[in-house]
Design a protein around this ligand. Structure first.
Ligand code: K1U
Ligand code: ZN
Length: 169
């Protein structure tokens, strides 16, 4: 396993649409292992492959609490089959937009289909933080960041702040 660098805005790779994966094989599992290690080290609760410069439709996530055992989840070629009309706001963050948090409104429940770490097809419903996080991560697969859901002014201010942080580091 290896730690990978996380890309930050305004890196143009983050705007790429990620490609579907052909097979869940050992090479893909090695990528998912690296992503999980990178996500835990950040620390974060989700990570899309494009955030480490690999524009493939792969996501890792762990939304277990600090007191709980790790509960990693792996999503390959995820699809949203259904989204509720009801929406809910959540104060989101993103490892590719460090130190910026803002409220985004999204469907409160979604039904998903994806391939897991073993390559099995899973269909399930997500709600709460799971629903928020999977929609945030699936946006990454389309080259969309949570700041793209904010006003142009807030988005430009966020990118400016991240650029400033990068210069100061
Ligand atoms: O960059 C990412 O996509 C990961 C992002 C996921 C996310 C967070 C909040 C709402 C939607 C999606 C993060 O993990 S940001 C860091 C974070 O939320 C966190 C870090 C440590 C402990 C708890 C939360
Ligand atoms: Zn993100």
């Amino acid at each position: 396993m290896a730690l990978r660098d996380i890309l930050v805005v305004p890196d143009p790779i983050l705007k790429k649409v990620s490609a579907r994966v052909d097979a869940v094989d050992d090479d893909l599992r090695a990528l998912m292992d690296d992503m999980l290690e990178t996500m835990y080290a950040a620390p974060g609760i989700g990570l899309a492959a494009v955030q480490i410069g690999v524009p493939k439709r792969v996501i890792v996530m762990d939304i277990s609490g600090p007191e709980d055992e790790n509960a990693p989840r792996f999503f390959v070629n995820p699809e949203i089959l259904w989204a509720s009309e009801e929406t809910a706001p959540y104060e989101e963050g993103c490892l590719s937009v460090p130190e910026i948090y803002d409220e985004v409104e999204r469907p409160s429940r979604v039904k998903l289909r994806y391939l897991n770490y073993a390559g099995e097809t899973i269909e399930e419903e997500a709600e709460g933080l799971y629903a928020v996080c999977i929609q945030h991560e699936m946006d990454h697969l389309e080259g969309v960041l949570f700041i793209d859901h904010l006003s142009r002014l807030k988005r430009e201010q966020a990118v400016k702040k991240v650029r400033k942080q990068a210069k100061a580091a």
